[in-house]
Design a protein. Structure first.
Length: 307
């Protein structure tokens, strides 16, 4: 198998494409990027000191090379198996989860660029005959040139994106207060504190429009995954079982089955204001999954329940 290395701008236009490289241990992302930095006609002819790069975790070994040239680097957090005190770690801290979400908000354009190449030129989407291998580089460069010349930008800033940027700046350092309550008061184990929501219960959870949910979740990705969770759950059990906190009925608890492992279930807690049908009606959330502590957007489990 072969893979290209694509360097693109935030609007989706491609700055440079290298390869194709064999997809083996000798051609990982960091190795390829370091090789590109050593070439005379490399990305350094355009990228200057003080510019920022958005990377995924596969580029971690190339960070010293980039920083030595004054290039800023941003990458999702790595998940450590243990906490600083030596205990087993089960999820990212709120700071780590928020930092990762800030990066993935920007890095999604890379996936869209790769998808555009395959969607526009189906030749690269299928198995390619060996007789074409010698000219694959030329084919790819021609296709990229055509996309840059005739395709519209993949990203155009709108009022929605300004709201998201403002929300990230405002809430990046927020602590997850609901998570602290769940942990400090041991809500995960004290089942007697939670009453099942039935037909006689009058909880009025906020009714949010899809636009408000997108603002709350900082985009559509978690909502799309949440829809899959809801579809899966309706097929298996029909409805979610909701529980509310006996002392504060504006806090609910729901348990969801993981999409990836049948033996894994996650508990979600959401705090809300009754009858406040706007995104301000959602006060806070927490999920036991790996990214469930973040306050910038939410995980897909919370998105599923919020819908």
């Amino acid at each position: 198998m072969f893979k290209p290395m694509v360097v693109c701008f935030p609007d989706g236009y491609i700055l440079q494409i290298e390869g194709l490289y064999f997809a083996d241990h000798g051609n990982n992302d960091a190795t390829i990027l370091r090789s590109m930095l050593r070439k005379e006609d490399s990305i350094l002819s355009v990228v200057q000191s003080g510019d920022a790069t958005i990377l995924d975790r596969g580029f971690r070994d190339s960070i010293p090379d980039l920083e030595a040239r004054g290039i800023l680097t941003f990458m999702p957090s790595f998940f450590a198996k243990t906490n600083p005190d030596g205990t087993k770690k089960h999820q990212f801290t709120t700071e780590e989860a928020n930092s990762s979400r800030r990066v993935t908000l920007l890095r999604r354009i890379v996936e869209q660029v790769n998808g555009r190449i395959k969607n526009k030129f189906h030749f690269f989407e299928q198995t390619i005959r060996a007789t074409h291998f010698k000219k694959l580089n030329e084919y790819l460069r021609v296709c990229v040139s055509i996309l840059n010349a005739f395709s519209p930008p993949l990203f155009t800033e709108t009022e929605f994106h300004e709201k998201v940027a403002s929300q990230v700046e405002e809430h990046f350092s927020d602590e997850n207060e609901l998570m602290q309550r769940v942990i400090n008061e041991n809500w995960g184990s004290k089942r007697a504190l939670w009453f099942k929501v039935d037909v006689d219960c009058c909880l009025t959870f906020p009714l949010l429009s899809m636009e408000e949910l997108e603002e709350l979740m900082l985009g559509t990705y978690q909502l799309e995954i949440g829809i899959r969770y809801n579809d899966m759950h309706l097929v298996n059990t029909g409805v979610y079982e909701f529980f509310y906190y006996k002392d504060e009925p504006t806090i609910i608890r729901v348990k969801l089955q993981s999409r990836h492992a049948k033996r894994v279930k996650y508990t979600v807690w959401i705090e809300f204001k009754e009858s406040v049908n706007c995104k301000e009606g959602i006060v806070g959330w927490y999920c036991q999954c790996k990214t469930g502590s973040r306050t910038l957007g939410s995980c897909a489990h919370i998105a599923a329940v919020s819908q």
